[in-house]
Design a binder for this molecule. Structure first.
Ligand SMILES: [Zn+2]
Length: 428
């Protein structure tokens, strides 16, 4: 609109000027050029000069465009190159995520050719090499990255992951120190710190890492509690092994506060209190443990805490304990065994019959033999002590690698995974 108005104004002015010139035919200018005398009407001169200026303007514009063209072309080429580079980078990252080693490698090469070295291209190259199984090349890339200020953190992360995979804990520790100086609270640093501390048995360090993760909301409170419970329980077992029952009780107690359903912590809490002479506490903890999952160890602790003086006292104690979980296989087993040991044949028969055939482990068969011997008019062949029983001791098994452990552990000593050692899901 503005342009149109300007155009109209200009046209009106020009027409007016032309009209003025046409009304005054005597307005002429004369001048001498190279000995010739020229006489021109001023109107011609005015419009002639106007056209000359206009032509000059166009010429100037055309020359400038032509001169600027190579720079323009180069700039366009650079932008197009960058765009293709970023496209390759994106495709490469997608291929990495999809686990396609060849494509990742191809795109990494392309991105490197098209883009200047950036942290992203370096990382893509290193990870593509890793995906191709070329750990050595990846190591070299990560090391180069770790020397450059901009990429040091990413490089160190790559190196730490490699050292972790090799199981080189000392190297991980050193690299972690370097990475910590750059970003002390990066989630993966705290996470690695936790795992490493757990595996090297530095449980207090692991607890510190968990607390820092939780305080930065990088770990849900449920996960934080279960991790703290793991470390406390392991500390409790370590203390128990040394016979430091006071410490064992304290650690186990803290573990059960964090995770009330952690059986090893409950049963160790009961055992430690028994050793310390706190019989009431020991019984209460044993009953809680039995409620979660009956085990041979808990039954022993409970009976020892009850200190039965005769077979009737033992039977009463057992009935109190199994009340907490009456339908569990181990409860049924103890009911049958105590009936046999008390010579209560009718109840013993019922109780043994109630034991499921499918879980006829060695213990159940032995109970049947003991019952048959008594029915044949004999005696109980293998009575257990007043504070004992014949429940089978179940192994602690790693759910990750299947290794059996002599005691519960926070970390499997065989495969290094944490929180995987425990009782088999079903009672033996
Ligand atoms: Zn394992």
């Amino acid at each position: 609109m503005v342009r149109f108005i300007l155009f109209v104004v200009l046209a009106v002015v020009l027409v007016a000027v032309a009209y003025v010139f046409s009304q005054n035919p005597d307005w002429t200018g004369s001048f001498e050029v190279m000995g010739y005398r020229l006489s021109v009407h001023l109107g011609f001169l005015f419009f002639g000069l106007l056209i000359a200026f206009w032509l000059f303007g166009w010429l100037y514009f055309a020359v400038r465009r032509t001169l600027a063209m190579p720079a323009e072309i180069a700039k366009n080429a650079r932008i197009s190159r960058q765009n293709r580079g970023y496209k390759a980078l994106t495709h490469g990252l997608v291929a990495l995520a999809a686990g396609d080693p060849d494509e990742a490698d191809k795109q990494a090469r392309r991105a490197n050719k098209l883009l200047e070295t950036t942290p992203a291209t370096l990382l893509l190259t290193a990870q593509a090499a890793q995906l191709n199984g070329d750990e050595e090349a990846a190591l070299q890339y990560f090391e180069d990255m770790s020397k450059n200020e901009d990429t040091a953190f990413l490089g160190l992360r790559g190196l730490i992951m490699q050292a972790l995979a090799r199981g080189d804990r000392k190297e991980v520790r050193q690299l972690l120190e370097r990475a910590r100086k750059i970003q002390p609270n990066a989630p993966w640093i705290l996470e690695t710190d936790y795992e490493l501390s757990l595996q090297t048995g530095e449980l207090e360090g692991a607890q510190k890492a968990v607390k820092r993760l939780a305080s930065r909301r990088l770990l849900s409170s449920v996960d934080a509690r279960s991790r703290l419970a793991l470390t406390e329980t392991d500390l409790a077992f370590q203390a128990a092994e040394k016979g430091a029952w006071r410490q064992a009780a304290d650690h186990a107690h803290r573990a059960t506060k964090e995770e009330p359903k952690l059986i090893p912590a409950r049963s160790l809490d009961a055992r430690a209190n028994l050793e310390l002479g706190n019989l009431r506490k020991a019984k209460a903890q044993a009953v809680e443990a039995w409620r979660i999952r009956p085990t041979a160890g808990v039954a022993t602790t409970y009976l020892r805490a009850c200190k039965p003086i005769d077979i009737a006292g033992k039977r009463t104690a057992i009935m109190e304990l199994i009340q907490a979980n009456p339908n569990a296989l181990f409860s049924q087993y103890l009911r049958a065994e105590s009936a046999i040991e008390s010579g209560d044949l009718a109840i013993a028969r019922d109780a043994v019959q109630d034991l499921p055939e499918t879980s006829a482990s060695v213990g159940v068969n032995a109970l049947k033999l003991r019952l048959e011997a008594m029915e044949a008019g004999g005696e109980d062949r293998s009575p257990t002590p007043l504070d004992g029983h014949s429940l089978p001791h179940e192994p602690q098994v790693c759910s990750n690698c299947g290794t059996e452990h002599s005691r519960w552990r926070a970390v499997c000593t065989e495969c290094g995974s944490s929180g995987t050692v425990g009782l088999p899901t079903r009672a033996a």
